[in-house]
Design a protein around this ligand. Structure first.
Ligand code: DTR
Length: 340
């Protein structure tokens, strides 16, 4: 009896590491995986590396963060579920790619004329904190941030609404509706699939924040930028709940403290990098930047008014306080604009 029990214990002890290794949601307390969908030089990955460095430094090497850019661990649309299931401990996702899933936080991508990523990122975090959306209940939110406002990048010049009619432009999420209102032909796909679509001529341009002109080298193909300064795109960084619970309180504290700091850091980085990208595109790739007259801009913006109205109606139908969310975003933006 005694020998049987002893050998059972010994075999169990021998198998234990294997069993732990086979469980995808178990965490080696010293190492966390962080998945991201676009290529390494792009802003979601730049902020990921910065966060990883800060965490490693502030935890005195207690933790190592293994980063996986370029969809090598999880792709754009599988990020949230992949993290919930423990395929990665941490994942960075563009919420606009799943408009129905992240209803409240995606209100940030309504055409509300938020001027830059620094303001929008802070508003996004405040909105998340205030409404505590159901969509994030299965994960720990580590931070949130947004892109800078979107503009048109195209192979042919877009100087007025006529030039836009029927033009195949890539955009995703809420931006799709915007392009439709302007008369363009919106083609939906995540940013990571866009370089090929541009190369192959599936699309004639795209609608996004302008840092991509440099980071994805779109300036080599898109020789025109039309400044519309429209919507921002909200992102979040989420962590598997079991992985989060396995961290020591000290490590959790470090990550909690980084939440807003990282959001502001990324907003700032984004805003500055857009300026670098415009400069580089003009100087190195001879890109023309087209500024619409105020009269034209008013006309373009006027066409977008029904989008917010419809969003509020739909949110109300789903039992969400649509009007209050939009009013909050506007008030929060004003507060951060004044702080700047
Ligand atoms: N504007 C969104 C999100 C986005 C902007 N820059 C990047 C870089 C890499 C990935 C996503 C994004 C979009 O058009 O997809």
């Amino acid at each position: 009896m005694y020998t049987k029990t002893l050998s059972f214990i010994m075999v169990s002890l021998l198998l234990l590491p294997l069993l732990i290794g086979a469980n995808p949601s178990s965490v080696d307390s010293a190492t966390l995986s962080y998945a991201n969908f676009p290529p390494a030089p792009t802003f979601p990955c730049v902020q990921m590396e910065r966060w990883a460095d800060e965490v490693e430094e502030r935890t005195d090497g207690e933790l190592t963060i293994n980063t996986f850019p370029g969809g090598s661990l999880l792709g754009a649309k599988e990020m949230m579920d992949g993290v919930i299931q423990g395929q990665a401990d941490i994942g960075c996702l563009c919420m606009a790619y799943q408009p129905g899933r992240f209803k409240i936080t995606n209100a940030l991508s309504l055409p509300l004329r938020i001027p830059n990523a620094l303001v929008a990122s802070q508003v996004l975090l405040d909105l998340y904190n205030k409404y505590d959306p159901e969509a994030f209940k299965k994960v720990k939110v580590l931070t949130m941030f947004t892109t800078a406002p979107s503009n048109i990048m195209s192979k042919k010049p877009v100087r007025n609404l006529d030039d836009l009619q029927g033009l195949d432009l890539r955009a995703s999420g809420g931006a799709a509706q915007i392009l439709k209102e302007w008369g363009a032909n919106q083609v939906g796909m995540p940013m990571s699939e866009t370089p090929e679509a541009l190369q192959k001529g599936v699309v004639q341009g795209l609608f996004s924040s302008l840092e991509v002109m440099k980071d994805f080298k779109y300036a080599e193909i898109c020789k025109y930028i039309t400044m519309t300064k429209t919507v921002v795109y909200p992102f979040s960084v989420v962590m598997n709940k079991d992985s989060w619970n396995s961290l020591s309180p000290d490590v959790q504290k470090v990550m909690n403290e980084l939440c807003r700091e990282q959001s502001k850091w990324t907003g700032n980085y984004m805003d500055q990098h857009v300026q670098d990208s415009i400069k580089w595109s003009k100087e190195e790739e001879n890109v023309e930047v087209i500024h619409l007259s105020q009269k034209q801009l008013d006309k373009w913006n006027h066409l977008l008014k029904p989008i917010t109205k419809k969003w509020i109606e739909k949110a109300n139908e789903q039992g969400l306080p649509g009007k209050e969310i939009v009013t909050d975003i506007k008030a929060m933006s004003q507060k951060y604009i004044q702080d700047q």
